[in-house]
Design a binder for this molecule. Sequence first.
Ligand code: GDP
Ligand code: MG
Length: 596
Amino acid sequence: MKKIRNFVIIAHIDHGKSTLADRFLELTHAVEKRKMQEQYLDQMELERERGITIKMQPVTMAYSVDGESYTLNLIDTPGHVDFSYEVSRSLAAVEGAILLVDATKGIQAQTVAHLTTAIEQKLKIIPVINKIDLPQSEPDVAEEEILNLLLSLDYDIGDVHRISAKTGEGIKELLDDVVRQVPAPEQKTEAPLRALIFDSMYDDYQGVISHVRIVEGKIKPGDDIFFMASKEKSESKEVGIFSPQRIQKDGLQAGDIGYIVGGIKDIELAGIGDTITLANNKSESSIPGYRQPQAVVFSTIFTKEDSNYEDLRDALEKLKLSDAALYFEPESSPVLGRGFKTGFLGMLHMEIILERMRREYGLELVVTSPSVAYNVAMKSGETITVFTPSQYPDPSIIEGAQEPWVFLRIIVQPEYMNNVMNLLKTIRGLYKDTEYIGSDRIRINYEAPLADIISDFYDNLKNTTSGYGSMSYEITGYRPVDIVKLDILLAGEPVAALARMVPKDYAEKEGRKLAEKIKNVLPAEQFAVAIQAAVGGKIVARETRSAMRKDVTAGLYGGDYTRKRKQLEKQKKGKKRLKEQGKVDLDTDTLMKIFQ
Ligand code: GDP
Ligand code: MG
């Protein structure tokens, strides 16, 4: 029987997961030296540019310990809170987790969040302290924090590894220990097939490519397969493993992590969390699936040109094939035209999706202010969910509205406690308590409306804690709120994309804050722009973005007066036209700057 070990690397963002994966790939010769590049598993262009992992990536490696050969299946995971859903899915496919902690930062919010889920899933945890090569690293402090955290979660503590994913120190010892400590998967190869789909991607020719953990049984190309949740029958066209590129194999069996091409074109029929079994030898029960991820931020997306509407639909459908968390449905607005109401897991998720639409699909977009979902009870007895200001019902027909609240945990060094408390005073919410985790780290527990932490709260937290503070949150329920619509007018004209729903008591403050922000990020126009915020027709704030005279004659040499005059006249006409239209052109970049 094949000796297999399946494990993930979990950590807060930037603690070195992808770099550690690089060292494993080198050590096991999984990637040729000349092809090796930093954070090798971050293959998406956007991931490489931003230096973050967005999608989990499995890879199979061959490795020998104590004279025995092993097949190692590693899954590298994203660390950002928006992508926790990816992490939780990968955990269901493995038996062990390397918990990586940066020795210069110690335990941060996502460390705790991911570890908690890994322990719930009964995974073997291998705690590791990374970046010990850095002079400012404090491995002893980090170790104490890790041990305290494991204790608080009732997990048996053992040795903590100390490594440098950069220099390679301690890497071999770590991988050897993974092999010795992570339990082998069960390998009931004779049972009927049960393959858990933990991820998927889409290929224009092959259709859906399901990433699977074979829990029981075996599969080979040509087998008749059955998707237990969708009840779809099909045939296995190809099976294989990740190296991390796809490599075809003759078969996969219990314990393996790999992929199955099932000839399915409709992603809904081969959904993430579904179980694949054999059509003529069905398993009795499917593997428990995944909780559908909850979109928390909503925005309506339009194309600049209405004629590109179908391209937008096409892009969203394609993106959804590799991103199950993306939610959208058609919506039209009298001002902005036809678009899609779109749900995201957070602001980073939104930014990434918009950027991919621009890059991979060449779409020029207009997006509306991101919003949480409000539950609005109508006097008629009906309850509706509203994400978009234009759909917020007239106050006279509303009984009451509710908004989502979260339990917020902020982890930081005690010296920043005051700064964090001051920051928390700027949002609505309720202080709960503060706990010590380790001797130099506290966790502040707070309850707050989701709406108040989705935009710039995280950035402000980073700023006020010299980058040390981190946070995680979960939605706990809905509470009443009195909502009004805040309109933004540029050059006297309401800009539909900038309207937002705000709590009544905060409308004026929000209006002022927003007007000032817009003033600072608005691209220099050729004419002065009045920026106004209004509630129910009443102006609550006003700013002016002064004109910047673009020197249109700069490119012209010497005394060519005729051309110079022509250029200046053209500019004058342009200004007049813009003024008449009262239109200020906002690109996606500017809109995102305003929203964040
Ligand atoms: P991830 O977000 O957890 O995947 O983290 P990455 O692997 O992308 O690493 C984040 C940053 O930390 C990168 O700039 C890495 O080069 C750096 N890094 C990772 N491990 C080490 C280490 O052991 N020592 C040092 N000095 N830097 C490291
Ligand atoms: Mg990474």
